[in-house]
Design a protein around this ligand. Structure first.
Ligand code: IMP
Length: 193
């Protein structure tokens, strides 16, 4: 059976990738490694960071590797928090505080924003490719919804007429940045089979 490694310790992501890739492939992650690898995420773009993660793992394994990097871009904030989305205002600061800070920052300004996800893939031979998925929305004027995570409660998606935290996981995944990047990767992957 073909093995694909994912440069993450997040079991939720591992499960998502396993479901999308199907039963012919076994997905493994950093938790399956018998050594710790250091990943220094110091890229300035989502593409750079996804590649940094994938390269760190490929260097050790020389087997097919996937990695992803994602975040929220707010136009009125010069596309911040962007690649710093997880670390913005401090990694341990609750999202209720981060989300309120974004609502305050866009008051009276343009509200357009997007989630971005880039997936990097390195094949057995070391060839690299990236796939980008985005979802365009608006910063809501209040925190709304209990599903999702992170910035979902302030991400108003006009076709849903509510935030991505106020719909089911299935509904969010059908239009999400991660779903779209994965679909682009899968199209390529199926063609190469
Ligand atoms: P990473 O891709 O695991 O590095 O996560 C990037 C960060 O971007 C997350 O910790 C969240 O703050 C934010 N983010 C990425 N995708 C989403 C999403 O689907 N909803 C809400 N926040 C997200």
């Amino acid at each position: 059976m073909k093995i694909i490694w994912i440069a993450t310790s997040n079991l939720h992501k591992v499960e998502e990738f396993q479901t999308m890739l199907g039963k012919d492939v076994k997905v493994k992650c950093l938790k399956d490694l018998d050594q710790d690898i250091e990943i220094v995420e110091n890229g300035k773009t989502f593409e750079e960071n996804a590649l940094i993660k994938a390269r760190s793992l490929y260097a050790v394994l020389k087997e097919p590797v996937l990695a992803d990097d994602s975040g929220l871009e707010v136009d009125a904030m010069n596309k911040a928090p962007g690649v710093y989305s997880a670390r913005w205002m401090g990694e341990d600061t609750p999202y209720s505080i981060k989300n309120q800070a974004i609502i305050d920052a866009v008051k009276g300004k343009e509200r357009t924003a997007r989630f971005v996800c880039v997936i990097a893939y390195i094949n057995e031979a070391g060839q690299e490719k990236t796939y980008r998925g985005t979802i365009e929305g608006l910063i809501h004027d209040k925190i709304e919804g209990n599903n999702g995570f992170g910035y979902d409660p302030i991400f108003y998606y006009p076709p849903f007429k509510t935030t991505t935290a106020n719909v089911s996981e299935e509904m969010k995944n059908s239009v999400s940045h991660r779903g779209r990047a994965l679909a682009a990767f899968l199209k390529d992957w199926e063609e190469q089979k």
